[in-house]
Design a protein around this ligand. Structure first.
Ligand SMILES: COc1ccc2c(ccc[n+]2C(=O)c2ccc(S(N)(=O)=O)cc2)c1
Ligand SMILES: [Zn+2]
Length: 264
């Protein structure tokens, strides 16, 4: 597989050389210009049904931490979606300090981090690997994160970070944990548009649903995101670990797409 990253020769400006979709017309992330969004009154209520008895595993894949979920009881439907989608994994993007880190921006404002809950279309496709590259294959529930008061739900995830500090580290999470607790209280106000995976292979298969309400976590919790390392053993010439930070893609051209809003 081709190495890619967020800086230097393998950074986002060169992804298109090995991952041609990255140069496509409906790429993500984008800036949400709230003065140009269009209210769509036809959306049904979003239905987010997750069970909390699922067993999941947390890994550090060198680009982010990823909580893989293998429960057929974690489903998403309604809102702008025509089909039923199943939760596959969730992960985040964050910065080297609290002033940057989100992938999407709102009126040019970048948040400290962004949560992605990745779902695949089980009505139209037989597997996630098939859905990941097809139009309407993927739906990503997205929440912005800012520094503020401590978030107790996130501690269920962060308590496993010492096991995944190094790349390919994995940790099994089987305490009662429902990822729904990571979402904002207000789940009726969101923006939605058709885009792509924000990392290679950048397939243009994603419907983004982005909550307006921002989730707060403490600065100390955000610092724990940055404690992950990008590589198993390679040390920088100065000898210390290289930390996984600034794993966000720059915003991409809208190319005429319209961002819909579920609220006026
Ligand atoms: C070939 O099979 C694949 C390929 C890619 C897969 C995947 C399963 C999960 C995520 N991915 C992803 O690459 C992926 C990448 C980015 C995102 S994002 N940041 O939510 O847009 C979600 C998911 C399976
Ligand atoms: Zn993501």
């Amino acid at each position: 597989p081709v190495a890619w990253g967020y800086e230097g020769d393998i950074g986002p400006c060169n992804w298109h050389k090995y991952f041609p979709k990255a140069g496509g017309k409906r790429q993500s992330p984008i800036d949400i210009d709230t003065s140009a969004t269009q209210y769509d009154g036809s959306f049904k209520p979003l239905r987010i049904h997750y069970d909390s008895h699922m067993c999941s595993s947390l890994t550090n894949n060198g680009h982010t931490f990823c909580m893989s979920v293998n429960s057929d009881q974690c489903n998403l439907s309604g809102g702008p979606l025509e089909d039923k989608y199943r939760l596959l994994q969730f992960h985040c993007h964050w910065g080297s300090d609290d002033t940057k880190g989100s992938e999407h921006t709102v009126d040019g404002h970048q948040y400290a981090a962004e949560l992605h809950l990745v779902h695949w279309n089980t009505d139209k496709f037989k597997s996630a690997d098939e859905a990941i590259e097809k139009n309407q294959g993927i739906a990503v529930l997205t929440a912005f994160i800012k520094a503020g008061k401590e978030h107790r739900g996130w501690n269920h995830v962060l308590s496993h970070f010492k096991d995944i500090k190094k790349v390919q580290g994995t940790s099994t999470v089987n305490e009662d944990f429902n990822p729904k607790c990571l979402l904002p209280e207000n789940q009726t106000d969101y923006w939605t548009y058709e885009g792509s995976l924000t990392t290679p292979p950048c397939h243009e298969s994603v419907r983004f649903i982005i909550f307006k309400e921002v989730v707060e976590v403490s600065s100390e919790q955000l610092a724990q995101f940055r404690s992950l390392c990008v590589c198993s053993s390679r040390k920088r010439d100065t000898g210390e670990d290289e930390h996984l930070v600034d794993n966000f893609r720059p915003i991409q051209p809208l190319n005429g797409r319209v961002v819909k809003a579920s609220f006026q």
